[in-house]
Design a protein around this ligand. Structure first.
Ligand code: CUA
Length: 174
């Protein structure tokens, strides 16, 4: 086994030496017609650059989606949206009201009452449908319109101490 490793190592080292030797021997020849090589490959390089630039712009354009969340600064008229006040505490949530209507925009006003928490809304398959930070001293606004009625789960998305994992509550969408 050791002798096999030794032989393989020797062969690889020999190959590396051969490559170095080849480069050294041929370097003088290459120098001789360097200007013509330069001319040819600079042309290729600028075409390649243009190709990559065009490709980059095209891919960015095709793969960009419309901004997925509604305007956070907009105030909806009182009668066509719902306001839910959310408080995050170690280690529970206050949510008032805890029931909203589907198909009507909801504005969540989210704040942290002690430390930083993360407010995350999950549907019944535990897919995240919306989230924002719950920070002491700030009220973050999260706008969301629920398409489907059901029981949604609220989980904490930022480690906030020992019982972080137990910060779970429910939001009913009817
Ligand atoms: Cu609250 Cu983690």
């Amino acid at each position: 086994m050791v002798s096999t490793v030794y032989a393989v190592t020797l062969v690889c080292m020999g190959l590396i030496v051969a490559v170095f030797y080849f480069v050294i021997v041929n370097s003088k020849k290459v120098e001789a017609d360097y200007p013509s090589i330069t001319k040819k490959w600079y042309g290729v390089r600028s075409k390649w650059f243009l190709f990559l630039l065009t490709l980059g712009i095209a891919v960015s354009f095709v793969s960009t989606n419309p901004f997925p969340i509604p305007d956070q600064k907009k105030d909806y008229p009182e009668n066509d949206h719902q306001v839910v006040k959310v408080g995050a505490y170690q280690w529970y949530w206050t949510i008032a009201p805890d029931t909203v209507d589907a198909g009507k925009p909801v504005t969540f006003l989210v704040t942290g009452e002690d430390v930083n928490h993360g407010f995350g809304i999950y549907d019944e398959n535990l897919n995240l449908v919306g989230q924002t930070q719950a920070m002491p001293g700030y009220t973050n606004k999260l706008l969301h319109t629920f398409d489907k009625p059901g029981k949604y789960k609220i989980l904490c998305l930022e480690y906030c101490g020992l019982a972080h994992h137990a910060m779970i509550t429910e939001l009913t969408v009817k």
